[in-house]
Design a protein around this ligand. Structure first.
Ligand SMILES: C[S@@+](CC[C@H](N)C(=O)[O-])C[C@H]1O[C@@H](n2cnc3c(N)ncnc32)[C@H](O)[C@@H]1O
Length: 497
């Protein structure tokens, strides 16, 4: 975002997360709405960056805190607020607190994934469950356990405790109908298949708002749709606020959207190949979208959100005219690099290359000098699956009509190919080779070629070996650019100017 765009008239959109959620639930919204609003996800006390703070004693406490944050953060600028699930009620009450203080009203309040308050008192509904096991079961049913902790019983139990506390805020909350209409327009955002709101009339929010409300729908299964499908939510939000459609919502954007669905194959739903971390044998949409399974046929295993991130990074360097090509080190069937080429095609870019670097025979066997964790992991034992020949990757590019002179292959082990690779400058450097040595090789030989303002994307940041390589490299080179989470698994940073 340039300082010109971030003008004092650009509205601030505050976002309040769901029960147990952190500010990162709205992380993807920043890029999706960057041209219309400054998105500010709110961290609630006791969560995320505010873990050490005492959690709220009541929902009204939470609303007062959010009102303080909004009042200080808006600082005279136009503002709006969206809250999801529990966050919707907090946002609603915060709007009332600010009205009582005589503060300038919001441009709009968006209450998302939340039944109207009249459905609360006395009716102990699903998300008010008190018992921790019950909460865990409910979260499992709603796919509400963050993927990065789902295999760690202690972390799941801690998380369930947080949600249980939030559930108590909800069950102890008493709604007092307003004496006057809310001072701002209200939109109720629901999803077609949300088990929490299903059967409850969204128009009942009119009683709580004391004014007519607008009702908007997204077509996304599950309760956590602002996280699982931020793009579609952002599209609706743009429309509600009268903001222009994103480039992604027009012809070329729809092409890229379809391509992401095709490359991850959320369309024909191929089953996964059983692996150490994904035991299910049936196709599971949540795993596929999150890039947590090994697809038997799809052309990428990185999932939808990490492809969204690839798109956002490329579009950002194009917009900011950051010079350089795009590269992925570790491409498997080629899906992510096919998508990189497609983004260039969608924007009519002819002067940048996509570099496709891989052994095209799988992971390296550990050697005497290999990092000890790489040696322990023995990932080469999966090479029957991980090793994809160069011809197959080229055929995959061809299948999408995207194999041309803007695609260059670097076949071989990174420590052989990357030191002398004929890559001059890079704008996006994407690493997806899992291991310490492979990550370190790519950073060592390619990071010096990354332009200031370019992006480094680490697909496997969640894996300790890979993260160690990133930390060691950054420490050695004094890099302190902020690392940003993508989807709880991958991360990225932007090289400082
Ligand atoms: C997890 S897969 C990449 C997934 C891919 N980015 C996608 O979109 O689905 C890891 C890839 O890294 C490659 N790889 C790992 N270490 C390597 C090395 N040192 N040299 C060359 N290729 C390597 C493997 O051959 C494999 O194709």
């Amino acid at each position: 975002m340039s300082s010109v765009q971030m003008s004092s008239t650009m509205p601030v959109l505050f976002c309040v997360p769901h029960a147990g959620g952190t500010a990162s639930s709205f992380a993807a919204w920043r890029d999706l709405l960057h041209d219309c609003a400054e998105v500010r996800p709110i961290e609630l006390a006791g969560k995320g960056a505010r873990t050490r703070e005492r959690p709220y004693a009541s929902l009204h406490d939470a609303a007062t805190d959010v009102a303080d944050i909004v009042q200080e953060g808006a600082a005279g600028r136009p503002w709006a607020i969206i809250g999801h699930s529990l966050g919707a009620l907090i946002a609603y009450e915060a709007v009332r607190v600010l009205a009582d203080r005589g503060q300038p009203p919001a441009q709009r309040l968006v209450v998302s994934g939340c039944p109207a308050p009249r459905h609360r008192p006395g009716a102990r509904s699903n998300d008010e469950a008190q018992d921790e096991e019950e909460v865990t079961r409910l979260l499992q049913r709603l796919d509400g356990i963050p993927s990065e902790i789902s295999d760690d019983p202690e972390a799941v139990s801690y998380f369930a405790g947080l949600v249980r506390h939030d559930g108590r805020l909800l069950s102890e909350y008493t709604h007092v109908p307003p004496a006057a209409p809310l001072p701002c327009p209200v939109t109720v955002l629901v999803s077609t298949e949300d088990p929490i709101t299903s059967g409850k009339d969204p128009a009942d929010w009119e009683l709580a708002a004391a004014r007519p409300v607008r009702i908007r729908q997204v077509a996304e299964p599950g309760h956590f749709f602002p996280v699982s499908n931020p793009r579609q939510c952002a599209r609706v939000v743009r429309d509600e606020f009268g903001w222009p459609p994103a480039p992604g919502d027009t012809g070329s954007g729809l092409y890229l959207d379809l391509l992401k669905r095709t490359l991850t194959n959320v369309i024909y739903e191929d089953p996964p190949v059983p692996s150490e971390w994904s035991h299910g044998r049936a196709y599971d949409r949540v795993n596929r979208v999150a890039g947590l399974d090994w697809p038997s046929r799809a052309h990428t295993m990185v999932g939808m959100r990490r492809l969204d991130n690839v798109q956002a990074c490329i579009e950002r360097v194009l917009r900011d005219e950051v010079p350089g090509d795009l590269i992925e080190t570790g491409v498997w069937r080629g899906g992510t690099t096919i998508f990189m080429r497609a983004v260039l095609a969608a924007w009519g870019v002819r002067d940048r290359m996509v570099w496709v670097a891989d052994s095209f025979q799988g992971m390296p066997e550990p050697k005497p000098g290999s990092h000890r964790e790489d040696a322990r992991l023995n990932t080469h034992t999966f090479n029957d699956f991980i090793g994809v020949p160069l011809d197959t990757v080229k055929r995959n590019f061809t299948a999408y009509g995207l194999l041309d002179e803007q695609v260059r292959f670097l076949p071989g082990w990174f420590n052989d190919t990357l030191p002398a690779a004929p890559v001059e400058r890079l704008a996006v450097l994407r690493l997806d080779a899992d291991l310490y040595d492979s990550t370190m090789d790519a950073l060592t030989h390619l990071y010096p070629k990354l332009s200031p303002g370019g992006f480094v994307i680490i697909d496997d940041y969640f894996l300790a070996v890979c993260r160690d390589a990133v930390y060691d490299f950054r420490r050695r080179h004094g890099i302190d650019d902020e690392i940003r989470d993508i989807d709880g698994y991958g991360a990225f940073w932007r090289r400082g100017y």
